[in-house]
Design a protein around this ligand. Structure first.
Ligand SMILES: Nc1ncnc2c1ncn2[C@@H]1O[C@H](COP(=O)(O)OP(=O)(O)O)[C@@H](O)[C@H]1O
Ligand SMILES: [Mg+2]
Length: 231
């Protein structure tokens, strides 16, 4: 089971949007996907509430973050997902630490503003410290989200900052698009009407992201989950 955690200590960076969108992308690719919503606002689970609007291969749960470890085992038994995506609430709780420790890959969504990059760097530092304590090498990437079509000075500066801080960045970016704004209303782009230009473009972004994730995880140095390395 592949586990991908979405971590950010800041709200509004597009964490839930990207998490739900990527869930749709994996489902469309034929995977059994389970989304664990650890945010007490229950954004992602609210967006995916309508069971008739989503395929049976996309399931959602919103457990008590305190029991994440047990819940992950339960999820594996009950749903046997190929991919589990965890939308982690924005604070330094135990759940964030567990979600990161359990993940094959942690995605740090980050809008291209100075404040968001500062927060992304903090999360990256947290991941490194945690993994160093267990002599493991983490796999994480910053994902630039809500990227404007016209490159502003602020945005160019943001990308320079990411480089200066040596934050590992996905080549794929998630642009600012109507299709993402509508995820709460219409579901993930892959499950929405692909005839709409914005939706079609979002599908292309997400396919690119998925392929980049596949390449990352196929690399020999790709991190094992705590369970796998214990095995
Ligand atoms: N790529 C995007 N393009 C346009 N709007 C976006 C994008 N990503 C997120 N949004 C919008 O930004 C707001 C915050 O997104 P959300 O995913 O809830 O953030 P978070 O989970 O990090 O708090 C939502 O209103 C969402 O519709
Ligand atoms: Mg959210």
């Amino acid at each position: 089971m592949l586990v991908i955690s979405f971590a950010s200590s800041k709200g509004g960076v597009g964490k839930s949007t990207t998490c739900v969108s990527l869930a749709g992308c994996y489902v469309k690719a034929g995977a059994r996907v389970h989304l664990i919503d650890l945010d007490s606002n229950l954004t992602a689970s609210r967006w995916l509430k309508d069971e008739t609007a989503r395929p049976p291969t996309l399931t959602v749960s919103a457990p008590d973050p305190q029991i994440l470890t047990e819940h992950l085992q339960e999820t594996a038994r009950h749903y046997a997902p190929d991919v589990t995506l965890i939308d982690v609430a924005g604070s330094y709780e135990r759940a964030l630490t567990i979600a990161i420790a359990r993940a094959n890959l942690t995605i740090i969504p980050c809008a291209t503003t100075e404040a968001d990059i500062f927060e992304a760097a903090r999360i990256a530092g947290h991941i490194q410290t945690m993994y160093a304590a267990f002599d493991r090498v983490p796999l994480y990437r910053v994902l630039a989200t809500r990227v404007a079509a016209l490159v502003t000075h602020a945005q160019a500066h943001a990308f320079r900052e990411i480089a200066r801080l040596k934050l590992p960045l996905f080549e794929t970016v998630i642009p600012h698009r109507v299709a993402y704004e509508e995820v709460g209303l219409l579901g993930p782009p892959h499950l929405a009407d692909a005839r709409r230009p914005s939706t079609a473009k979002a599908i292309t972004d997400l396919e690119r992201l998925r392929s980049e994730i596949d390449t990352l995880l196929a690399a020999p140095e790709a991190t094992l989950t705590a369970d796998e390395s214990a095995a």
